[in-house]
Design a binder for this molecule. Structure first.
Ligand code: AR6
Length: 187
């Protein structure tokens, strides 16, 4: 079930926030908040691997892991989404520059989506679970990175969804979202 979807249009693209389970997404692509091994784990990573089936892990084994802030793409197998983009968020307390790392996750996922001709993508709240990123800060960085990317890629059409797993995450996103609705109305 999808709850409380809200969408704003920016250039040729759109950003939606909603409360949803990303494994049920019907977008072309979903983003996995993975770890550097890309060999699965708990949280959204575990849920995506369970829903996609064992072929996803088999493909991930060929990828030789992924650095923090970077992204790699696989097929989606049993998911409705055709692709999964795996990115590795910063561990909040260990990263020297968690803000830059988190921003890079969003920007690299969006670049990779465009390079693969993907036109709809769902993000979870990267690093906001096991990796301990405070949701208020993380949602502001996510929002800023996504809008920056859209402005730098104004000819490309991409439907971007921030899939919030619960009310608390949704409320944090909504704060920036409401600000942006006003901001874009004024300009
Ligand atoms: N749909 C949408 N969001 C979800 C779902 C779901 N099905 N399940 C969880 N979330 P986390 P991280 C949210 O811990 O902090 C893994 O073990 C969750 O509420 O999954 O980047 C990896 O293997 C939270 O807001 O990812 C790594 O070792 C957000 O997804 C490590 O955890 C991210 O929480 C990565 O930690």
């Amino acid at each position: 079930m999808i709850h409380n979807p809200k969408t704003i249009n920016v250039n040729n693209s759109s950003i939606t926030i909603e409360i949803s389970d990303i494994t049920l997404s019907t977008s072309d692509c979903i983003v996995n908040a993975a770890n550097r091994t890309l060999l699965g784990g708990g949280g959204v990573d575990g849920a995506i691997h369970r829903a996609a089936g064992p072929d996803l892990l088999a493909e991930c084994k060929e990828l030789n892991g992924c650095n923090t802030g970077e992204a790699k793409i696989t097929k989606g197998y049993n998911l409705k989404a055709r692709y999964v983009i795996h990115t590795v968020g910063p561990i909040y307390l260990y990263s020297e520059n968690p803000e830059q790392d988190l921003r890079n996750c969003y920007l690299n996922c969006l670049d990779l989506a465009k390079n693969n001709d993907i036109h709809s993508i769902d993000f979870p709240a990267i690093s906001c679970g096991a990796y301990g990123y405070p949701i208020e800060e993380a949602s502001s960085i996510a929002y800023d990175a996504i809008t920056q990317w859209i402005k730098n890629n104004e000819d490309y059409h991409l439907k971007i969804t921030c899939s919030c797993f619960n009310e608390e995450i949704y409320e944090a996103y909504q704060k920036y979202f409401n600000y942006d609705i006003n901001h874009f109305r004024k300009h």
